[in-house]
Design a protein around this ligand. Structure first.
Ligand SMILES: [Mg+2]
Length: 403
């Protein structure tokens, strides 16, 4: 990137009166003398980081936020290969139900017109919003402890929406004060290539077909559902709950259960107690969370760790639970809490835990959790997917969806 381009990003839009004369002058002067290969430096004791111009015309509020972030030195976009990258679709992050209805019932032109007419109206939070907020709270703590480390969460907005909707998305991100700088507007193309390019550790979407495609490509992914009621979740501790079989683990034991029943399943698990299960689609994400937890432990913050993980499984502690715990141990992983429900419903337990997200491969558990106020996400992996979903008059999700 040439130095000219770097200077260009410092041309503030005409209406940024609040920031003009404050940081713009300082930053411009800084950029003028900054060698092009430098990404950041110090001015007046403040750490400054410069960024390339976005593809579209930045709104003034985005510009203002950019300046403010530069001033306090908060913004530090890590390289995708160093970061824990979470790709989230616009419809998972924000509530776009009304707009989706307009698209489905009236078509693309009416949809785009509506979005443009309501451009200054921010979207309300969607199901993945509290999770992303909590992820940002963890990043704040990590930056305090390790100012120069790139081992952080990095959130990418992965959307198939038209560029016209991009401005409303930017306005919504600013309105909700999300530190979300990476946009991937796929224009309706499959997101898989982009997810791989970003080294995505987790993809959250409202479109089950895209999620299925991602899982098949070996990317940890889940379809997020809005809970039936609002549950207050912690703002300073990210809580993530995982099912075991066909989520953290493979579905090999689940297959025994489905084919031969519960007794044979118990027998099989007892006999194979010391043989670790193969990994499932979300093992890598638990591993990534564990890596960040270690960074807090290394600074003596084990008890005050802003990440907490849970295994919430239908296995029972006495019999089949041992293999699950031994498997995690063999991987060098652990969850902070392990709940063996022995077939009891998961919803009430999750209601107590109040996680930001709960992953399960069975829609039965996803629906049960969502009904009681947990943001539940479906991982379409393993033998449970072979059972045809119940026909209950819900919308056909096979139609092309805008994300
Ligand atoms: Mg399962």
């Amino acid at each position: 990137m040439s130095s000219i381009k770097r200077l260009k990003i410092l041309e503030a839009p005409a209406d940024t009166k609040q920031t003009r004369g404050l940081d713009v002058v300082t930053v411009t002067a800084f950029a003028a003398v900054m060698p092009p290969e430098n990404k950041h430096g110090q001015v007046g004791g403040k750490r400054l980081i410069l960024h390339p111009l976005l593809g579209n015309k930045s709104t003034s509020s985005l510009w203002e936020r950019r300046i403010m972030q530069a001033k306090i030195g908060k913004e530090n976009l890590p390289k995708p290969q160093n970061a824990i990258t979470i790709a989230v679709s616009s419809r998972a992050l924000f509530n776009m139900d009304l707009e989706q209805d307009i698209y489905e019932q009236q078509g693309m032109e009416d949809y785009l017109n509506y979005q443009i007419q309501h451009e200054m109206e921010p979207f309300a939070p969607g199901p993945a919003f509290p999770f992303i907020k909590a992820v940002e709270a963890v990043n704040t703590r990590l930056r305090e402890l390790y100012p120069d480390s790139e081992e952080l969460f990095d959130v990418v907005l992965m959307t198939s929406n038209h560029a016209h909707v991009g401005l409303r998305l930017i306005n919504s991100i600013n309105h909700h004060q999300l530190f979300l700088e990476r946009f991937c507007m796929t224009g309706g193309n499959s997101p898989i290539g982009y997810l791989k390019a970003y080294h995505t550790n987790l993809y959250l979407s409202a479109d089950s077909l895209k999620v299925r495609e991602a899982i098949e490509a070996g990317i940890a992914a889940a379809t997020v559902f809005s809970p039936g009621k609002i549950t207050e979740v912690p703002e300073t501790q990210l809580r993530v709950a995982f099912d075991g079989d066909a989520v953290l683990f493979s579905d090999e034991s689940e297959r025994i259960y489905k084919a031969h029943g519960l007794d044979k399943f118990f027998e099989h698990e007892k006999a194979h107690e010391n043989k670790p299960l193969d990994h499932g689609p979300l093992k890598g994400f638990l591993e990534a969370l564990g890596k960040l937890q270690q960074k807090f432990y290394a600074k003596g913050q084990r008890l005050d760790c802003p990440i907490r993980t849970y295994l919430v499984t239908a296995r029972s502690a006495a019999s089949s639970g041992t293999r699950a715990l031994k498997t995690l141990r063999s991987w060098g992983l652990e969850t902070d809490e392990a709940l063996f429900l022995a077939g009891a419903p998961k919803g009430p337990m999750l209601e107590k835990i109040r996680p930001h997200i709960f992953f399960d491969d069975q829609m039965f558990h996803v629906e049960g959790a969502a009904e009681l106020g947990t943001v539940a996400a479906h991982v379409p992996y393993g033998i449970a997917q072979k059972i045809p979903p119940k026909k209950d008059g819900k919308k056909d999700t096979s139609a092309r969806q805008l994300e």
